[in-house]
Design a protein around this ligand. Structure first.
Ligand code: KE4
Length: 429
């Protein structure tokens, strides 16, 4: 049996950084990544056989926990019928109908293989549908690694963004405006001067790439109003929040807070694939009909709507749509956050947290941050110490202070209690 260290050394010889996605390398928190050998329910097991209570859940997809019997059965059956055909299947229709049935703002949907692909395609569609080039995103929101979206805020307000990655030519991001999350004044200013040139605004309605930051109701309400006024498409990136914070996604939460609220387009991923490579983007029939083969906006994919992945996604959505599922998951997640914040309070360490459905976040701070700058100003050293203290005690949290956490329906009350107990010890460490 190889140790995690041995596997990491071997991996780094043949894979850049030893990982196939950067956050897995633990570079934000230090230490050696755990090489996972198997998973079951709320637990993952590393190469050394150590068990962890898993609060990553593959970064969101594993809402039912690992190896849910009905999902496993659906995947095994679908695989036996064929892995991929490159031709339409009934199951793709079923999944599209299910998504549309759960999300009223979506009249048509296109299935793809990753959240990045879905976000990139939605962006191209928004530009094609409006004939405009400019787009708006918010600092701290991540929408996958399409070039036009790898942008950080420019020097001043209405200036255009700068690439966050090498290999992205400045001219590719020259149309991308980056604003501060929850800043209503900036919205007013940008729309007043450039509203008629903006194709879309893309936003994480609850920003899980800033750990857990909610768009305020005044901000979201104003954003919707300005997009409507200027003919700008409001694109909800629900790759993380979709079918995770509520059965209808974050947009159903905002529809309950802002009468008649709905985005113009939505991007989904993670949960809808149940752990298999599957994502989607959708919107009104008018906008979606601009897509090839009907319209002039090209978009395609060899494995789009893959029959095994759609079986996994459908089985997952079927389970989470059962009566009471989200009430129970929300209560369990809330109990975790309450336990963590209470642990901090009892020791006199500033620790605040929030959750919605099966998604949560916490900060070593006195109040919940409202934007990226505040998130990145929270106590990173203490977070990293806490992360390792929890990892040593068999609790696997997100290895970066700007990432969200996820609770599954497989997490028991005993798992939550064990996590809080570990936190009380780790915080004293
Ligand atoms: P993927 O291309 O990784 O499937 O999805 C990109 C994406 C798009 N939109 C949102 C809101 C997302 O959170 C993501 C991906 N999330 C990260 C975690 N912050 C995935 C983990 C990783 O990059 O390894």
């Amino acid at each position: 049996m190889s140790t995690n260290e041995e596997l990491f050394a071997r991996a780094q010889r043949v894979i850049p950084g030893g990982v196939n996605s950067p956050v897995r390398a633990f570079r934000a928190v230090g230490g050696t990544p755990r090489f996972i050998q198997r998973a079951e329910g709320a637990y993952i097991f590393d190469a050394e056989g150590k068990r962890y209570i898993d609060y990553i859940g593959s970064w969101g997809p594993m809402i039912l926990g690992h190896g849910h019997p009905s999902v496993l059965e659906a995947v095994q059956k679908a695989a036996a019928d064929g892995f991929s055909f490159g031709a339409p299947t009934e199951r793709e229709i079923e999944l599209a109908e299910t998504i549309i049935g759960l999300v009223p703002s979506v009249e048509q949907v296109r299935l793809v293989s990753s959240g990045t692909e879905a976000g990139m395609s939605a962006l191209r569609l928004a530009r094609g549908a409006t004939g405009r080039s400019k787009i708006v995103k918010f600092e701290g929101c991540y929408h996958g690694h399409a070039d036009a979206l790898l942008v950080k805020a420019g020097s001043g307000l209405a200036t255009f963004g700068h690439p966050t990655s090498a290999g992205v030519p400045p001219e590719v991001v020259q149309h991308t405006l980056v604003l501060e999350y929850n800043n209503v004044a900036q919205l007013d200013e940008v729309f007043a001067t450039q509203g008629g040139e903006i194709a879309c605004v893309m936003i994480e309605p609850i920003a899980g790439n800033m750990n857990f930051v909610r768009a305020s109701v005044p901000f979201m309400s104003r954003l919707r109003e300005l997009c409507t006024k200027h003919g700008v498409l409001l694109v909800f990136d629900e790759v993380m929040t979709g079918f995770r914070v509520a059965l209808g996604g974050a947009q159903s939460v905002y529809a309950g807070l802002i009468p008649g609220f709905r985005p113009d387009m939505s991007v989904f991923g993670k949960v809808i694939g149940g752990g298999m490579p599957l994502a989607a983007f959708g919107g009104t029939r008018d906008v979606m009909s601009m897509l090839a083969p009907l319209g002039p906006v090209y978009q395609a994919g060899t494995l789009s709507g893959n029959p095994v992945a759609t079986a996994c996604g459908l089985a997952t959505l079927k389970e989470i749509a059962k009566p009471g599922y989200f009430d129970a998951l929300s209560a369990r997640t809330r109990s975790l956050v309450q336990g963590l914040t209470q642990a901090g309070k009892s020791i006199g360490i500033p620790l605040v947290g929030d959750s919605e459905g099966g998604m949560f976040g916490f900060f070593f701070a006195s109040e919940l941050p409202q934007n990226y700058g505040v998130v990145m100003g929270t106590d990173k050293e203490r977070f990293n110490r806490f992360f390792h203290g929890m990892l040593d005690r068999g609790v696997y949290l997100a290895p970066a202070l700007y990432e969200a956490g996820f609770v599954s329906s497989a997490h028991s009350a005993a798992d939550i209690a064990a996590t809080v107990h570990a936190a009380e010890e780790a915080l004293r460490g």
